[in-house]
Ligand binder design. Structure first.
Ligand SMILES: [Zn+2]
Length: 184
């Protein structure tokens, strides 16, 4: 008996833990986009966006991005980001409404691939053309140098892609770091 009521309490807690997912007045899981409610931020997926007083805009309490809203279309547009992005509210979650600039995306991917592949290939080519003497002290050097070159360039390109796509985990980490170093 006590176990059962504890189970019920636990389930009640779980329901209370996700109030943003539910609309008690309508009894459904869906709710529309209005200035009276708060929603999860589509950029950082961490903070909550709430309407700014006397303005037709939302702001996030974590990443501080500002969004203008289009209530008839149930969409918001981020105003202070390098990437012009729009999301549509489907009643439960945000869906990216506009595609990123395709030309820029293609350039980012081409540059990324070239940066990851070309430098290690060049080093491999030179070490293959003039191989170190077998058994010499520095015979390991080309392999290590190629691996290091690949890893550092890969890390740089990963950062480039995270910045281009504004990956939520990346955005959250960036803001955490910025806050930790006190540069608001
Ligand atoms: Zn945010």
């Amino acid at each position: 008996m006590t176990g059962l009521s504890r189970q019920r309490d636990f389930e009640g807690d779980r329901k209370l833990a996700t109030p943003s997912q539910r609309d008690p007045q309508r009894g459904g899981d869906r709710r529309s986009l209005t200035y009276q409610e708060t929603y999860i931020c589509p950029v950082c997926r961490h903070g909550q966006i709430a309407a700014l007083t006397l303005m037709d805009a939302f702001a996030c309490d974590f990443c501080r991005h500002i969004f203008t809203a289009n209530l008839p279309e149930q969409s918001i547009h981020v105003e202070d980001s390098s990437q012009p992005m729009t999301w549509r509210w489907n009643g439960v979650n945000w869906k990216a409404a506009n595609q990123l600039d395709m030309d820029l995306t293609i350039v980012v991917w081409l540059v990324g691939l070239a940066l990851v592949l070309l430098p290690p290939a060049l080093i491999w080519l030179s070490s293959h053309t003039f191989p170190p003497m077998r058994g010499s002290t520095w015979a390991w050097f080309p392999t290590v140098w190629i691996s290091l070159t690949f890893l550092t360039h890969f890390a740089f390109v990963a950062w480039l892609l995270a910045e281009h796509y504004q990956v939520p985990v990346y955005v959250t980490c960036k803001i955490r770091l910025r806050n930790a170093f006190g540069r608001q």
